[in-house]
Ligand binder design. Structure first.
Ligand code: PXP
Length: 240
């Protein structure tokens, strides 16, 4: 199975917002990622609009040639934006204003009615849904139970300690469990060319979302080369 690479372009907007200027433009960066072989583009419209802005998601929707994965907190405002925009899929993520980045997975046992209702609304609008969860059995099971089409497994713990077998085993087990339940399996957070191989090797994983390291490497080598280098690292780890 082809392992899809979705590039998260939030931090192109982070640099722009540092000056409240017009550049760098995340939409232009997204097009360059597509040209370089990205299979899709991911953006997180945060409630505090600290990087991606409403106009960015409108322009992404209008111009992307590949699927658009919109990351959102599960709030009425964000679900309404998703319904209007109709991205290819929505990934629900936890959001806390004081966090630097998305820290843990979504606790799908909290406010299950809210999540279930959001999934139903988006499904009615023809939008697939995914939950960004820690790789633990209960979260996988509940995601399935609530009607999500996919789970995105949080790879942050593995990325922090790639030599700790337990975090990699948890990803393997959660991926197998999710696939057996009929969920599509995505993964991401903290992945780099150095650690992506072992995650790419998990056969049930269909899609990776990678952001920070791509924008970082873009400063040194340009965004197209950063995407291509990541693609090569994924391919090197994937069993053929
Ligand atoms: N997946 C989700 C749900 C995220 O919130 C993020 C970070 O915005 C990523 C993937 C990408 O993580 P990173 O920027 O560390 O590659």
């Amino acid at each position: 199975m082809h392992l899809r690479l979705f590039i998260n372009i939030d931090h192109v907007a982070t640099i722009r917002q540092a000056r409240r200027a017009l550049e760098p433009d995340p939409v232009q960066a997204a097009a360059l990622c597509e040209d370089a072989g990205a299979d899709g583009i991911t953006a997180h419209l945060r409630e505090d609009r600290r990087h991606i802005q409403d106009l960015d998601v409108d322009r992404l929707k209008a111009t992307l040639r590949t699927p658009f994965n919109l990351e959102l907190a599960c709030t009425d405002e964000m679900v309404a934006i998703a319904e209007r925009l109709a991205p290819h899929h929505v990934t629900f993520v936890p959001e806390r204003r004081e966090e630097i980045t998305t820290e843990g997975g979504l606790d799908v046992t909290r406010e299950p009615e809210r999540l279930e209702a959001a999934v139903r609304r988006l499904k009615a609008a023809g939008i697939a849904t995914s939950f960004f969860i820690d790789p633990v059995p209960m979260m996988v099971e509940r995601s399935h139970w609530m009607g999500a089409d996919a789970v995105e497994l949080h790879t942050g713990r593995y990325a922090e300690r790639p030599d700790d077998d337990r975090s990699l085993r948890a990803l393997h087990d959660a991926a197998r469990q999710a696939a057996a339940l009929g969920l599509a399996v995505h993964a991401g957070h903290g992945l780099t060319t150095a650690n992506v191989g072992a995650v790419a090797a998990i056969p049930e994983i269909e899609e990776l979302n990678i952001g920070h390291t791509i924008v970082s490497n873009a400063i040194y080598v340009g965004i197209a080369a950063a995407v291509r280098t990541m693609r090569a690292a994924m391919d090197a780890g994937r069993p053929t």
